[in-house]
Design a protein around this ligand. Structure first.
Ligand code: 5AD
Ligand code: SF4
Length: 434
């Protein structure tokens, strides 16, 4: 008889994709994916350690598994991902009912680990985790494709180099083959994943890889995350020249203060960052720019914070992810004095988000009446009569449901802009309006 698995996925797209890999491995072991933990014979937590909050969320969810385990003694509970890699034995002491702790490198051997009831399987130096198995993908038209693993940057606040290990790039022909297969299966969009995709280097560099991927015929290529330091002229030229590469860049700035950027070990100042954005916007008309900001890094003064605010006002991001600094054990920044009080951090965050909201809205307003290419995804949130999809610049657009299918690429005219979404009409159906 088949067995059921339920996976809780926390954190970034790499984790979302790792969960798809886990399902692929487990399907070889006779498991099928179910939608509630109550039905499961195996519950997996794919965890995130980037900020303390993500880790707390996992531990509190894990606590709720105790009664399930009592009701079903055969239930197995496994913990994978970044917290597993980082805290290892701590998980067993906090939650003795956990059966297996496994690192990102042990996904391929999940079935053996489960058979043996192995307690701990965490690689010392996590690195390449290329899947040997078919991946059970969540979508039939958009796919995640890992191109590299790990990170060598050691930004002083960040735990990723410790949980995901050193940078390892996949050979370009493996990546291209995967994307060629996806294209044959009818996939329209791939998102290339890596902690720092533009430092990709195997038999070719990142611009070279994009060129090869463009030649597969896949309609849309996205990638994340890029590092401002590695945003070269060659890469900008590749983005501008390759038709499949979407007009969107996620380029985390982290802070607008040079002093803080240097303490963060980011390897650039605000002037460099501004120049890169200017170069991107000059070469790629209509490119959307998104970014990440951390407020309340140790020692961040009011003046530093003001520099960040004026930087985001100058850049005018299409969207911004902002976080309060979270102290991560083992990172360089965790030993810095002058940690900023939580109340100051949260005030700075709220204030920054309020300023950004206005910018986002203005940016979206500029798109009213624009004609956009949309990849249809499915039902719109909160309105069953409408569908939604994403533009090449990654804007969410809703439109009246006229039987368009998920995975279809259509042209839309934007009729109205909101804070987080756009409304539009399908030009093929409303041709009289063109
Ligand atoms: N505290 C707060 N934010 C962090 N990030 C990474 N590490 C931390 C931390 N310790 C943010 C950065 C990064 C994003 C993925 O998460 O902005 O770009
Ligand atoms: Fe962390 Fe910096 Fe690497 Fe991003 S580039 S994963 S922030 S160390």
């Amino acid at each position: 008889m088949g067995k059921n698995v339920f996976i809780y996925t926390f954190g970034c797209q790499m984790n979302v994709h790792d969960s798809e890999k886990m399902l692929g491995v487990l399907s070889q072991g006779g498991y099928q994916n179910v939608t509630s933990p109550e039905e499961a014979d195996l519950i997996i937590f794919n965890t995130c350690a980037i900020r303390a909050k993500a880790e707390q969320k996992f531990f509190s969810q894990l606590g709720r598994m105790k009664p399930l385990k009592r009701r079903n003694p055969n239930l197995q509970i496994a913990v994978g991902g970044c917290v597993a890699q980082e805290t290892q034995k701590k998980i067993f002491s906090r939650a003795p009912y956990v059966d297996i702790v496994f690192g990102p490198q042990n996904i391929n051997s999940l079935n053996q680990l489960l058979d043996q009831g192995r307690k701990l399987a965490v690689a010392d130096n996590p690195g390449l985790a290329e899947s040997e198995f078919d991946i059970v993908r969540d979508s039939s038209f958009r796919a995640w494709v890992a191109i590299m693993y790990g990170c060598n940057n050691y930004c002083s606040y960040c735990i990723v180099p410790y949980t995901r290990g050193r940078e390892v790039s996949r050979p370009s022909d493996h990546i291209v083959e995967e994307i060629r297969d996806l294209h044959k299966l009818g996939y329209k969009e791939v998102t290339l994943l890596g902690q720092n995709v533009n430092s990709y280097r195997s038999d070719t560099d990142f611009p070279g890889l994009l060129e090869k991927i463009d030649a597969t015929g896949i309609a849309r290529v996205r990638f994340m995350t890029s590092h401002p330091r590695d945003m070269s002229r060659e890469l900008v030229a590749a983005l501008a020249g390759l038709p499949s590469v979407c007009e969107h860049i996620h380029l985390p700035m982290q802070s607008g203060s040079d002093r803080i950027l240097s303490l963060m070990n980011r390897g650039y100042g605000f002037a460099d960052y501004r120049d890169k954005i200017a170069m991107l916007r000059a070469e790629i008309p209509g490119i959307a720019v998104t970014g990440d900001i951390i407020v309340g890094f140790p020692g961040e003064t009011d003046e530093d914070y003001q520099a960040t605010l004026s930087a985001i006002q100058e850049i005018e991001y299409d969207g911004l992810f902002a976080f309060m600094y979270s102290k991560r054990q083992g990172t360089k920044a965790s030993s810095l004095d002058s940690q900023v009080p939580e109340s100051v951090k949260s005030e700075r965050l709220n204030n920054l988000l309020k300023i950004q909201e206005q910018i986002t809205e203005n940016k979206n307003r500029c798109l009213e009446n624009a004609e956009l290419e949309i990849l249809v995804e499915g039902p719109a949130e909160n309105d069953p009569a409408r569908l939604m999809g994403r533009s090449r610049a990654n804007k969410i657009v809703s439109f009246a449901d006229n039987g368009e299918r998920a995975g279809e690429i259509i042209r839309i005219r934007v009729t109205r802009a909101h804070m987080h979404t756009l409304e539009g009409i399908n030009l093929a159906i409303n041709s009289h309006i063109v």
